[in-house]
Design a protein around this ligand. Structure first.
Ligand SMILES: *[C@@H]1O[C@H](CO)[C@@H](O)[C@H](O)[C@H]1NC(C)=O
Ligand SMILES: *[C@@H]1O[C@H](CO)[C@@H](O)[C@H](O)[C@H]1NC(C)=O
Ligand SMILES: *[C@@H]1O[C@H](CO)[C@@H](O)[C@H](O)[C@H]1NC(C)=O
Ligand SMILES: *[C@@H]1O[C@H](CO)[C@@H](O)[C@H](O)[C@H]1NC(C)=O
Ligand SMILES: *[C@@H]1O[C@H](CO)[C@@H](O)[C@H](O)[C@H]1NC(C)=O
Length: 775
């Protein structure tokens, strides 16, 4: 896709100015205004006449280039030893939907093959980024190295010991790159970076809010990074690729800005989503992101486990009956890998329920339970009868253990069939193993991309959304081109009592990619008798809070009769609508500083923040502090919380465990002290409010007290501020009651409201007595 787009751009609009080798320096400066609270200087990007480049800031070098190299004809061609020959300099300019750009290009010869390396920069508007391109004018052959290496390097960066004050954050491994996150000093110790097929974005940061993100920019499935023997970070085509087709373009970007890790990742993500037209319409329409659901995946009570002497069909019927009788508003069910037949190495044979699982079929279950379904799938077995090689109808590449479809009609037929039993969310699990388990996916630049793009195209055509599970960062980034992918698992499988809930760091990357991060299922009651894991959930409420703050699915998996309904319902309205924040809760920047430089610089444990944006520009902050058992106290300011762009003048404590909320002044001079009392079972939550000064009163709004997110725009549609009153427009379901809490001149006032036929109510906060008008 990208190759075609870029070639089209070059074909139609670019002007090419060939220039002789000349000595000059290009300086790209960012025009973006700096954040007021961070006085960091802008980044400079300079390139010399031989193609050496540097990213620096205020005279300090952040990233220093190392020479490019390319493998072809079984040989290594490197600019370092002269085997890769620089023959030509070109500048190019053009326009695309992001704006006008210019590009500085260095044309090299590797033997008889031409390889053009360009550095592209948008000018109007200007973005704080450089795109590094490798144009494979004549392709390559005989290129393959080991899969964890790269066959080409540009850009390549030299790690040096002279890096005091810089640290890096690396997303890598499985679950969106959340399983092997690395945070440490940016120096020769960087060899601890794992790269290869599991690598992903790398960010270098300092203690003043400056950040440079390095990441693939296109052809995500065939892009890799490695750290080599010379302590260089090389970005290029993945090591298993035997030949790169002529005309192929590989791209990496470096994005440097000064507003801190959360903000720079968010801005970078906005640029990427804009570039790839990643729409959020699928995410907004995804029922599994809007409503509570019941899950049966790894860690769930009914994962490869049914009620005694019952099949799965009967168990699912009983779960539905039980949850109905307790008024738990589950709106869908997730079926895990227990339902379909598997081949010798555990791969999927056919993706439908076997007779012993559901004697009457999944369609029957759907008709009785009326639960639409999310359903799980693995990698494909080499024996799948869907494949032409096994007598089936569809084009698959079949290898000894696994197979991979290369046929959009396969997916369309599969999804159409599954719609008949209620499928709304297709969960593609084992993405990393499918990718690493085949030669074809790793030795070509297009097979893996085709697999994911076709899956996404078919989901779009049949009205499904997709959840990625066990994705590497490459799959995560590929989802930029696949609007139907709305969500992804971002940490290991749930196991009661474990720290799998710690998703504050990975959620920054998920948020940037426009993906709702999923923390996985959880239990709501500590003891689930007879569970197959022999475990207890020691902090169920934290699990429920984290799921609700994530913007991903909220999907418990309790044993029948073992749900803490009142605790769980802090997530949602009576109808099961999740009351969400406006963005996923993420770890504050100073948590990264603490990890790299120690307790002096930030909190130990987990400190995450998010907010709700309600009505005409009103913001209500949310702070979660947990697992601080071994941390010294930390004084959190509004700007530490990322709340510098709105008024967070009051902070209020959560009303958990019958404690009455209290209100405090919150400002840079009056920080919030977080202590080691914020542990797991007794995690801490705080909410901020602006002060509304009306009719001689100072009003701060806490919101819906029994909810994790008390001022969600899923509940509060608008806020009207008049001369003497503050009026909330609320949404709910007919007959539902709610209580809103606020403070008038420091005194707590609670107002109740019951929704009528329209589901809309107006609640006036300016009086001591409840004034709720419902219609
Ligand atoms: C490389 O590609 C260019 C442009 O398409 C072409 O003119 C040239 O003949 C090719 N060289 C080789 C060795 O294939
Ligand atoms: C599952 O699908 C396969 C292939 O389409 C079909 O042969 C088989 O009968 C189906 N099994 C059930 C239980 O519906
Ligand atoms: C993958 O390629 C290697 C090397 O070419 C070969 O030895 C191996 O049999 C291939 N594996 C599969 C599953 O095709
Ligand atoms: C339900 O949750 C509340 C709040 O966490 C807790 O106080 C209560 O003990 C829980 N009940 C059960 C049965 O676990
Ligand atoms: C915060 O409130 C003050 C006083 O009401 C106001 O002057 C200021 O503009 C507000 N700032 C923001 C960012 O809303």
């Amino acid at each position: 896709m990208m190759v075609q787009t870029l070639l089209a751009v070059l074909g139609c609009c670019a002007t090419l100015n060939a220039a002789p080798l000349a000595s000059h320096t290009l300086i790209f400066k960012t025009e973006k205004p700096e954040a007021e609270n961070l006085g960091a200087a802008k980044f400079d990007f300079t390139v010399d006449d031989l193609g050496k480049f540097t990213f620096s800031q205020g005279g300090k070098t952040w990233l220093q280039s190392a020479p490019p190299f390319l493998y072809t004809e079984g040989k290594r061609f490197s600019a370092e030893d002269g085997s890769l020959k620089l023959v030509h300099l070109e500048t190019e300019s053009g326009a695309d939907k992001m704006g006008t750009w210019t590009s500085q290009c260095f044309v090299y010869m590797a033997g008889s093959r031409s390889w053009r390396l360009c550095m592209k920069k948008w000018q109007t508007p200007s973005f704080p980024l450089v795109v590094f391109q490798q144009h494979f004018i004549n392709g390559t052959s005989g290129s393959a190295r080991s899969t964890d290496r790269v066959i080409s390097a540009f850009p390549s960066f030299q790690l040096s010991a002279d890096d005091s004050g810089l640290a890096f954050l690396g997303y890598q491994g499985s679950m969106f790159g959340g399983t092997d996150i690395i945070i440490q000093g940016w120096n020769a110790g960087g060899v601890f970076l794992s790269g290869g097929t599991e690598g992903g974005p790398l960010a270098v940061y300092d203690k003043a809010g400056s950040v440079c993100i390095m990441a693939p920019f296109s052809e995500f499935m065939s892009s890799s990074r490695e750290v080599d023997e010379n302590s260089r970070v090389n970005w290029g085509v993945m090591g298993g690729v035997e030949s790169v087709p002529a005309g192929f373009i590989h791209q990496t970007m470096v994005y440097c800005d000064t507003q801190g890790i959360n903000q720079v990742f968010s801005d970078w993500g906005e640029f990427m989503r804009g570039y790839y037209d990643k729409e959020d319409t699928f995410r907004r329409a995804d029922l599994t992101l809007n409503y509570l659901g019941y899950w049966t995946d790894g860690g769930a009570y009914y994962y490869y486990n049914t009620e005694p002497h019952q099949n799965y069909e009967q168990t699912m019927l009983d779960v539905k009956k039980d949850t109905d009788s307790q008024n738990i508003p589950y709106k869908y069910v997730q079926y895990d890998s227990w339902f379909y037949p598997k081949g010798p190495k555990g791969g999927t044979l056919t993706w439908n329920a076997t007779k012993d699982i559901a004697p009457d079929g999944f369609q029957y279950l759907y008709n009785v339970n009326q639960w639409p379904a999310g359903a799980h799938n693995r990698y494909w077995s080499s024996q799948t009868p869907y494949a032409q090689a096994n007598g089936g109808r569809y084009d698959f590449i079949v290898e000894t253990e696994k197979a991979v479809p290369q046929d959009v009609h396969f997916w369309i037929d599969l999804f159409k069939e599954a719609r008949t039993w209620g499928l709304i969310l297709y969960e593609q699990d084992w993405l990393d193993r499918e990718f690493a388990g085949l030669n074809a996916t790793q030795s070509t630049v297009d097979v893996a991309k085709t697999w994911l793009m076709q899956m996404g195209q078919a989901a779009r055509a049949t009205g499904l959304t997709i959840q990625y599970c066990m994705s590497n960062p490459r799959h995560a980034m590929q989802s930029l081109e696949i609007p139907a992918v709305t969500q992804a698992r971002v940490s290991g499988d749930y196991r009661a009592g474990s720290d799998q809930w710690q998703i504050g760091v990975i959620s920054i990357f998920a948020h940037a990619m426009g993906i709702a991060p999923f923390k996985d299922t959880f239990w709501t009651i500590t003891k689930q008798p007879g569970n197959t894991y022999d475990k207890e959930e020691t902090h169920p409420e934290l699990q429920a809070a984290v799921a609700t703050l994530s913007m991903g699915p909220v999907g418990p998996s309790d044993m029948i009769q073992h749900t803490n309904v009142s605790m769980l319902m802090q997530c949602c309205t009576a109808d099961g609508l999740i009351l969400r924040p406006s963005k996923p809760a993420t770890a504050i920047d100073k948590q990264f500083w603490q990890r790299a430089w120690g307790n002096e610089f930030g909190p130990g444990g987990e400190v995450w923040t998010t907010y709700n944006h309600v009505g005409q520009g009103w913001y209500f902050g949310i702070i979660l502090a947990a697992a601080m058992d071994n941390s010294p106290s930390f004084n959190l300011t509004p700007s530490d919380a990322g709340f510098h762009f709105f008024n967070a003048t009051r902070v209020m404590t959560r009303s958990a465990h019958s404690v009455t909320p209290m209100v405090y002044t919150f400002s840079e001079d009056n920080p919030l002290m977080l202590t080691n009392g914020c542990n797991r079972p007794n995690f801490c939550m705080y909410y901020t409010s602006p002060v509304f000064t009306v009719g001689g009163m100072e009003i701060s709004i806490y919101g819906e007290e029994p909810k994790f997110v008390p001022m969600s725009s899923d509940r509060v549609a608008n806020i009207d501020v008049t001369n003497d009153d503050v009026i909330l427009t609320l949404k709910g379901t007919t007959g539902e009651s709610t209580i809103f809490t606020n403070f008038i001149n420091g005194e707590i006032i609670r107002h109740s409201c019951t929704f009528g036929q329209t589901g809309i109510a107006h609640l006036s906060l300016g009086g001591l007595h409840s004034s709720c008008k419902s219609y």
